[in-house]
Ligand binder design. Structure first.
Ligand code: ADP
Ligand code: MG
Length: 143
């Protein structure tokens, strides 16, 4: 399997619940290497840009208001098969449907406030990573 990169965001609910450490520990224990990370507070416009693919969906306003409601922690993660394995680690979008032991099952309150983002393809992972980090801030072979 190929080494891939994915972009995650520890969302504002994760930060507010003081779960940055707990969730990062799970991510690292699952074998993901952190290649970039920072704490930022998105403006509404920046949140709308990140989630532009969902523009027009009924939850777009709620989603972008939430994502700009407090600090969040974007990270670029690297691992074999990172895209699919990270989706498995976090669980279904709606925590009510998420498998036992997943991050969303254990920590998320609702489909809107579901603790973490994960890219859905290698291509989107790259676009999303560059939304937060210029290439020179993404550390290759960070381990
Ligand atoms: P995922 O984050 O699992 O890839 P999507 O890409 O479908 O999920 O949606 C992006 C984000 O939009 C979700 O993580 C969630 O925060 C929010 N969202 C999705 N569907 C809903 C919904 N029905 N109601 C409220 N928020 C939603
Ligand atoms: Mg998605």
């Amino acid at each position: 399997m190929a080494i891939e990169r994915t972009l995650t965001i520890l969302k504002p609910d994760c930060v507010r619940k003081n779960l940055i450490g707990e969730v990062t520990k799970r991510i690292q224990e699952a074998g993901f290497n952190i290649c970039a990370m920072k704490l930022v507070k998105l403006t509404k416009t920046e949140a709308e840009g990140f989630y532009a693919v969902h523009k027009g969906r009924p939850f777009f306003e709620e989603l972008t208001t939430f994502m700009s409601s407090g600090a969040c922690v974007p990270m670029v993660l690297e691992k074999e098969n990172a895209i699919a394995d990270f989706r498995t680690l976090i669980g279904a979008t709606n925590p009510a449907d998420a498998d036992e032991g997943t991050i969303r099952k254990d920590f998320a309150d609702s489909v809107g406030e579901n603790i973490v983002h994960g890219s859905d393809s290698v291509e989107n992972g790259k676009i999303e990573s560059n939304y937060f980090f210029p290439e020179h801030e993404i550390v290759a072979n960070a381990m």
